[in-house]
Design a protein around this ligand. Sequence first.
Ligand SMILES: Nc1ncnc2c1ncn2[C@@H]1O[C@H](COP(=O)(O)OP(=O)(O)OP(=O)(O)O)[C@@H](O)[C@H]1O
Ligand SMILES: [Mg+2]
Length: 229
Amino acid sequence: MVMVETKGLSKCYSSGAGPEVEALSRIDLKVERGEFVSLMGPSGSGKSTLLNILGGLDRPSAGSLFIEGKEVDFGNVEALVRLHRQTVGFVFQAFNLIPTMNALENVCYPMHFNRVSRPLQKKRASELLDLVGLEDRVMHLPSELSGGEQQRVAIARALANRPRLILADEPTGNLDSGTGKRIAALMKQVNREEGISFVVTTHDPEMAGNTDRVIKLRDGRVIESGSVN
Ligand SMILES: Nc1ncnc2c1ncn2[C@@H]1O[C@H](COP(=O)(O)OP(=O)(O)OP(=O)(O)O)[C@@H](O)[C@H]1O
Ligand SMILES: [Mg+2]
């Protein structure tokens, strides 16, 4: 089953008096259910732009996006909200945790929007913090956690609403290489055990080498898409 598909996806940015930037140019790609894909390419090649559109955080200038076979209507705010609540989870390079909430509350937060009861929120959040190995950091604020620990909270948070797709923009970009490896291994474990599809942007060839497939972008175009082994 196809998790995500794009057809002729393009994105142009026009900024003030300057020339238009074509950040993405007619991208056609498919990600299967349960697949772990890495997105590589030089700075400015369009990786973040593509990831944001795949998750419905940004809208394309042309072309279409299908999630689980259904075309995403970028004009339909309700449908986009539903997509974020039910189908897609995000992990960012800068973790983006809420600084005033402890680890447990950060993981509970997305469940609030699905009207999950407080006891169930807390139960699931503590199970997810167990899964990412943070059972003894539940009450810590983000500022009291290391970078790798904050990213593990962010992964637990991304899993909160049982998404079928996780999109991660340079999730190991702010981490040292050892910690980055552990985060990559954790994502792989979640991918394998829960069957969740992943699309992850990275500059790290070693991380990309451990995924099912690498898609390479240059100047907003796919220049290569192939399995690693
Ligand atoms: N909001 C914006 N307005 C105008 N141009 C933009 C905007 N966002 C991105 N761009 C341009 O689109 C292109 C693609 O940017 P994008 O952030 O997707 O690259 P990237 O591959 O993620 O790079 P990096 O590896 O540095 O994160 C770049 O040329 C960038 O300058
Ligand atoms: Mg980027």
